[in-house]
Design a protein around this ligand. Structure first.
Ligand code: URA
Length: 438
């Protein structure tokens, strides 16, 4: 088989055969197929797209490029959640223990932040001592003992995706529905879950800027899962303004714990319940969304959800006390309010710009090798629909170094649109796409 013939099929808008796909993914993973041929094929896929069956085989080949976690020793329906990435998205940190406290095992393998989006692993690492690097055997033990595990991707989990994602990042081939969905689903299927709830973000702070694009991604992700025999539900959720008040790392841990103490911001709390209800439905612990919400509410108000998180944090080497004694978390040395340039009503906040402001302070990474400062970040003080007087703080920046501060202030001022009159806001959860295993 010649790789250039495989590339030519896709270049000309054809459909790749299973043998061609498996040959290509195996060769790219073992290094016998070079990056330049993979880049050419990725660009052809980006432009030409993939048929559903073709994409299902492509995902399966990526999933089997490494090992697949065997979670059969863990009883129950194991349900995970994945977000396509947003700003201030700390949901996994409150959601996973809340769902685990309701008796649904949550084997969660998360990612790091890049560009304007944050990553769950970086946030968790702001808890002193917490280790996201756990071997697969320990991953299963943690789920058995604590009902959940929050770890990073191991070396041999979908290695084809690791290589391909790095290549896509530098060849302008990231924003492709088949490439994003196969990338996400190959990793999720490799971690051994039985069912999955996806939070597909839509809007200024998301990969998918329009509802139509997000719907296409959600339907594609659900279809891949269904073809792999898994129960997958996708929620389309709004990501125009940042989620909650905290954008950063340690400050997002505090906000996630606030949700578990029943005093989190409304949007973060609502999204936790919306996603949690779907996870309980898939996990067979509730017969309706209403019942699921009641079960979740009990787990949170009784303190069991927070205890579950504390138990897991201690088991992964972290300082569980820091979850409730926030003085033990990293704290920035300086803060600066960014005032409103004019009085009015906040009409819009570009979440991506707020994410970039946080990144400039050190809360995120420009490139994958950058180091994150867990103490710094942004506190959003005025949300869409809020009135503001001239000079009143829109956000507070917490920082350790002056570097990047001036540009961060500029990004915040550019992110806020202040006008007059009332603002119409759409619902946080736009729609739900449900699949059926085939
Ligand atoms: N997240 C992933 O895991 N892969 C992509 O391609 C995009 C987002």
């Amino acid at each position: 088989m010649r790789v250039q013939d495989i590339i030519a099929v896709k270049r000309d808008g054809g459909v790749l055969e299973e043998e061609q796909i498996r040959y290509f993914i195996a060769g790219y993973t073992d290094g016998s197929i070079p990056d330049y041929q993979a880049a050419a094929l990725a660009m052809a896929i980006m432009i030409r797209g993939m048929e559903p069956e073709e994409l299902s085989v492509w995902t399966d080949a990526m999933l089997h490029s490494g090992s697949v976690v065997d979670t059969s020793s863990i009883p129950g329906i194991k349900v995970d959640k994945h977000s396509t990435g947003g700003v201030g998205d700390k949901i996994s940190i409150c959601l996973a223990p809340a769902v685990a406290a309701c008796g649904v095992p949550v084997p969660m393998i998360s990612g790091r932040g890049l560009g304007h989006t944050g990553g769950t692993l970086d946030k968790l690492e702001s808890i002193p001592g917490f280790s996201v690097d756990q071997p697969v055997e320990r991953f299963c033990e943690l789920v058995l003992e604590h009902g959940l595990a929050l770890i990073g991707q191991t070396e041999d989990l979908a290695p084809a995706d690791r290589k391909l994602y790095a290549l896509r990042d530098v060849t302008a081939t990231v924003p492709s529905v088949p490439l994003i969905s196969s990338s996400i689903m190959s990793k999720k299927l490799a971690e051994g879950m039985d069912a999955l709830v996806l939070d597909v973000k839509v809007g200024a702070g998301a990969f998918m800027k329009t509802e139509a694009q997000a719907r296409e991604l959600a339907e594609t992700l659900v279809d891949i899962g269904s073809r792999a025999g898994k129960q997958v539900t996708a929620l389309l959720t709004r990501m125009d303004e940042p989620l909650g008040e905290a954008v950063g790392n340690a400050n997002e841990i505090v906000e996630a714990v606030d949700v578990l103490q029943g005093r989190g911001p409304e949007d973060v709390t609502e999204l936790t319940y919306a996603l949690g209800a779907e996870m309980l439905l898939l996990g067979g612990k509730a017969g309706s969304a209403e019942e699921a919400r009641e079960i979740l509410h009990e787990a949170i108000s009784s303190g069991r959800a927070l205890e579950t998180l504390q138990g897991l944090v201690a088991a992964q080497g972290g300082d569980a006390e820091a979850l409730v004694d926030h003085g033990r978390l990293p704290r920035a040395a300086h803060s600066l309010h960014v005032g409103a340039p004019a009085a009015g009503v906040v009409h819009a906040i570009d979440a991506a710009e707020v994410g970039i402001a946080g990144m400039l302070l050190g809360a995120g990474r420009r490139v994958a090798t950058d180091r994150v400062d867990h103490a710094v970040g942004v506190t959003v003080r005025r949300h869409v629909g809020d009135e503001v007087r001239e000079g009143e703080p829109l956000v507070t920046l917490s920082y350790n170094q002056e570097k990047g501060l001036t540009e961060a202030v500029g990004r915040i001022l550019g992110a806020y649109v202040i006008g007059s009159g009332e603002v119409e806001q759409g619902p946080l959860v736009i729609d739900v796409v449900r699949g059926e295993p085939r």
